[in-house]
Unconditional design. Structure first.
Length: 529
């Protein structure tokens, strides 16, 4: 094992060491499997979120024309209110409730006597004041513990007010991270929304799955796709609407940007509606160009192919000067990335464009397939936590199933499009000698920073400031620190500008890390010697 990894793990007690060792790979010497999607050991300062965060905050949060009601104590709603920067634009006559925080504000007496009454009262208030097309109810931990029947309330709401009402039993404790919440949201979306409205696309049509319009990313992606001539039926769920999602099954191809959060829908749509999916990456110039070319190969229409090359050439010309400037400034710098379940991979490509080398990358809650590629899925060992989340069994829906390409054609295309219905994961794209860490905790983050000394650490709000106090620049890859978009061609320039500005600010040289001035407490982890 690599000396740096060894010295970080060294502090742990035998029990903790044994656990954490399986989550850290040094790509110089080890290419074996990584342990992922497992419960964090109690006592670790993990950066993971909960199941409710993945369902309510991540997948459902960006849908603008529905009311998203949190059934639980006020803190759950409050802390998931407006922090993800999933932007939305509204057309005349369309509802937009994204800026609101709806909560049933459960208190102690509701926990004792039941919260359904309060839930029904909140729904009545929502209908009276906002009259939305649909209400989604998301439950948080105490609701699951006391057993409020949110699905019965949803059924009653439908009859009473003649509106759509869907219940999401996404109590925070389910699963081991927000990943469980993605799955629960995916299951309900496929069951209750997709496939409920018919529509005939006007030209080659796609859905963009796993794109949440953080900082305006999907607007930049859509701009490019529209220039080429594609019709976008639905973006799930960035700037999303329930109407668009209902029609999604009419598209010819599903583009999957974030594999982790939405691969379930992609797979289920394939079975139910015959929709082929393509793993894309619209982050980083090489990523976008190869994704656009893969799409052109799939549609195999000479007009689209020619237009794809035209648009690529024009867009590249447009950003050439800026990208060269930033590349000059950034070449030779090193970076560490620690994000949720897909960005630590995607942003490595953009960093490559700018000459920045990745020395460490990790995911909070990704599964082994996101690290190692989908071919490892059959070998993933299930534990009790994983079995807690329902795996929907879906079937072909006669009358709605459309085969735009035959299975033989798809198999043929897979020979030249490696990402067609496939994701090869993050690790194959990383250089030898770099380090991969799953569920990186606060202690490890600080230690790796000290030892690897990256010029920049891309992460989130929980560790940004401790890193910066250590004199290392940190940019948030979840929220983009009030900036963005970073996707697409124009996004690459924004990213280059922000990283350059950050690195060239003299502030980091003035910061003296606390451990450089005073001795720090020594302790052991796990309560053992
Ligand atoms: Fe997918 Fe995301 Fe991510 Fe994610 Fe997230 Fe996010 Fe993320 Mo924050 S859906 S896995 S649960 S790309 S909110 S937009 S940035 S941790 S890497």
């Amino acid at each position: 094992m690599n000396k740096v990894v060894d010295s970080v793990l060294d502090k742990y007690s035998a029990k903790v060491y044994k656990n954490r060792k399986k989550h850290i790979l040094d790509l110089e010497n080890e290419t074996e499997e990584i342990d992922a999607n497992r419960r964090t050991m109690p006592g670790m300062l993990t950066h993971r979120g909960c199941c409710y965060a993945g369902c309510k905050g991540v997948v459902l949060g960006p849908i603008k024309d529905i009311v998203l009601l949190t059934h639980g104590p006020i803190g759950c709603g409050y802390y998931s209110w407006g922090t993800r920067r999933n932007k939305a634009s509204v057309q005349e006559g369309e509802g937009n409730f994204i800026q609101y925080c709806f909560s049933t504000n459960l208190g102690e007496s509701d926990i004792v006597f039941g919260g359904e009454k309060k839930l029904k009262a909140a729904i009545k208030e929502i209908v009276d004041i906002f009259d939305p097309k649909a209400i989604f109810i998301c439950s948080t931990c105490p609701v699951g513990l006391i057993g409020d029947d949110i699905s019965a309330v949803a059924e009653e709401t439908k009859k009473l007010y003649n509106i759509e009402c869907i219940s999401f039993p996404c109590e925070g404790y389910k699963g081991v991270s927000q990943s469980a919440g993605h799955h629960i949201a995916n299951n309900k979306i496929i069951k209750s929304i997709i496939g409920t409205k018919e529509y005939t696309p006007k030209t080659h049509s796609v859905n963009i799955l796993g794109e949440y319009n953080i900082g305006g990313d999907s607007w930049e992606i859509e701009r490019v796709l529209k220039r080429i001539g594609y019709e976008i039926i639905s973006v799930m769920t960035g700037n999303g609407s329930i109407d668009e999602m209902s029609k999604a099954h009419n598209a010819e191809l599903n583009l999957v940007q974030c594999h982790r959060s939405i691969n379930y829908i992609a797979e289920m749509m394939k079975i139910q509606y015959g929709t082929t999916w393509l793993k894309v990456n619209f982050i980083g110039v090489d990523g976008i160009v190869s994704s656009l070319r893969d799409m052109a190969k799939f549609f195999n229409d000479p007009a689209i192919t020619a237009r794809t090359e035209e648009v690529i050439a024009e867009e590249l010309e447009d950003i050439k000067e800026d990208m060269e400037y930033y590349k000059n400034k950034l070449t030779g710098k090193t970076a560490a990335l620690y994000v949720g379940g897909s960005r630590a991979h995607h942003y490595q490509l953009l960093l490559n464009d700018l000459g920045v080398e990745t020395v460490l990358a990790g995911f909070e809650f990704a599964h082994r397939d996101d690290y190692e590629g989908r071919e490892v899925i059959p070998t993933i060992v299930e534990d009790a936590d994983l079995k807690n989340i329902e795996v929907l069994q879906v079937e072909k829906i006669e009358g709605k199933y459309k085969e735009f390409k035959s299975e033989e054609e798809i198999e043929e295309l897979k020979k030249t499009i490696t990402d067609l219905e496939n994701y090869e994961g993050m690790m194959p794209d990383m250089t030898k000698g770099s380090i991969v860490v799953d569920d990186l905790n606060q202690y490890e983050a600080e230690e790796f920073i000290k030892k690897l000394k990256p010029d920049i650490f891309f992460t989130g709000i929980k560790d940004k400031y401790t890193i910066q106090k250590g004199g290392v620049l940190s940019r948030q890859l979840h929220s983009y620190d009030y900036s963005g978009p970073y996707a697409g061609f124009k996004g690459a320039v924004n990213f280059g500008r922000d990283v350059t500005m950050g690195l060239y600010t003299p502030a980091w040289g003035f910061t003296v890390a606390p451990w450089k001035k005073e001795s720090i407490l020594e302790g052991t982890f796990g309560g053992e010697a």
